[in-house]
Design a protein around this ligand. Structure first.
Ligand code: UD1
Length: 408
């Protein structure tokens, strides 16, 4: 039986890094994974004048935003990673001005930013667009009631961060309730912010005049945990995951159990996942938290491509998140796409093939398919996978997977 320790959550530490812009004092984040996206955020913050010290051995990062040199977030990092847009709210709150390039990131849909802008506008920001940049200005941010048409994670976080230093009370209605939003709120509260209701659709923020520094440990990455759980299920494995919060994985655990996989919590913070052979087909619908996470849809599809029967996967969060399907077909998966639905006809086995990771989670799904497939697979586009998984290959190998990194 293999064991794997889950790292800190990428999607929790990226907004926290951006939130360090809100205080002139030092912030220490612990359990920060060694990821390309973390490096991109560091590069962006350094360009703004943030001093960053990275203690790799202890997965710790120290940020100090005492002296900012600009409030313009350059095109390079923002293009590479959508989460870069999270500097908009904090910069605006701290400097009264921010200029951020239109965001990039995984090509999984149009991914607009209208909700971010709507919220900040209600709080007193004025926007202009020029040369691919969005410029925001305000003499003073004030509290407002912001109803989000969709519980966007990024919009909730941007508005939340701006609201912390705004004058008066901000209420975010239909807010995202993802554990990463809660972790951001807990982190900000530890610095002196006054946020209540994070984790529910109604968040209330009483603005304060300043934040202090502090030290904070990031929650474990539920998407990384889910990926390893599916890896065990797809390979007929039996593994133990350490450093997990099972409450963050309820939908994933329920769906894995429906496929016939055994999932137990031998002790708090630990999960044991055991395959019981070929999975039973199940239907999946991705939804905002606590629904099934879109970030595990491709990996779960890999598992279902080996089920004995047909499964239906509805992707309701991102409209184009089926880019991995064409690559999985090269391995013999039988998947038909109808708009936002994938009909997966399980096959008795997959065949190794040369494939290309189309995006971060799609790339993870290909790795899992390749582990289960007969024969050798060659996966290109590993840089996508590196954005969100730290040492995935080495850790899969320590669990018994035969996977190697080829020199590029
Ligand atoms: C975050 C996660 C990402 C995850 C996603 C959904 C980070 C760094 N990334 O991304 O891994 O897949 O949540 O759980 O935390 N939308 C709008 N207008 C907006 C903002 C979003 O229409 O202003 C739409 C998007 O196009 C998408 C949906 O809302 O269809 C969800 O997006 P959102 O929750 O904002 O995702 P991100 O914060 O980008």
């Amino acid at each position: 039986m293999g064991r794997v320790k889950i790292k800190g959550a990428k999607n929790a530490c990226l907004p926290m890094m951006a939130a360090s812009l809100l205080t002139p004092e030092s912030v220490v984040l612990e359990d920060v994974p060694e990821l390309e996206d973390v490096r991109t955020m560091s590069r962006l913050l350094k360009a703004l004048g943030v001093e960053i010290f990275r203690d790799r051995k202890n997965e710790r990062i120290v940020l100090n935003s005492r002296r900012l040199i600009t409030s313009t977030a350059p095109f390079g990092p923002v293009r590479r990673m959508r989460a870069s847009f999270l500097v908009m709210g904090p910069l605006l709150a701290r400097e009264g001005h921010s200029r951020v390039s239109f965001p990039g990131g995984c090509a999984i849909g149009t991914r607009p930013i209208d909700l971010h802008l709507k919220g900040l506008e209600l709080m007193g920001a004025q926007f202009t667009m020029d040369e691919g940049y969005i410029e925001a200005e305000t003499p003073c941010l004030h509290g407002a009631t912001v109803y989000l048409d969709y519980p966007s994670v990024g919009a909730t976080e941007n508005i939340l961060m701006a609201a912390v230093l705004a004058r008066g009370t901000t209420v975010i209605e239909n807010a995202a309730a993802e554990p990463e939003v809660v972790d951001l709120a807990n982190f900000l509260n530890s610095l002196g912010a006054r946020i209540i209701g994070a984790g529910t659709p109604l968040i209330r923020v009483e603005g304060v005049t300043s934040l202090k520094g502090g030290r904070y440990r990031v929650i474990p990455d539920r998407i990384e945990a889910g990926t390893f759980m599916i890896a065990a299920a797809i390979t007929g494995g039996d593994i133990i995951l350490e450093n997990v919060i099972s409450e963050h994985l309820t939908a994933v655990i329920a769906k894995l159990q429906e496929t016939g996989t055994l999932v137990e919590e031998p002790q708090k913070g630990m999960l044991r996942v055991r395959s019981r052979g070929r999975p039973v087909p199940v239907d999946i619908k991705t939804l905002p938290y606590p629904g099934f996470p879109t970030d595990l849809q491709p990996q779960f599809m890999a598992l279902l491509s080996l089920a004995f029967g047909t499964s239906v996967i509805s992707e309701t969060v991102f409209e184009k998140r089926f880019m991995h399907v064409a690559e999985m077909a090269r391995m013999g998966a039988k998947i038909r796409i109808e708009e936002r639905t994938a009909i997966v006809t399980g096959q008795p086995l997959l065949q190794g093939a040369a494939v290309r990771a189309p995006d971060l989670r799609g790339g993870a799904a290909l790795v899992l398919s390749a582990l289960a497939a007969r024969g050798i697979s060659e996966i290109r586009g590993v840089e996508h996978i590196r954005r969100g998984y730290s040492r995935l290959i080495g850790r899969l190998r320590s669990l018994g997977g035969r996977v190697y990194l080829l020199p590029s």
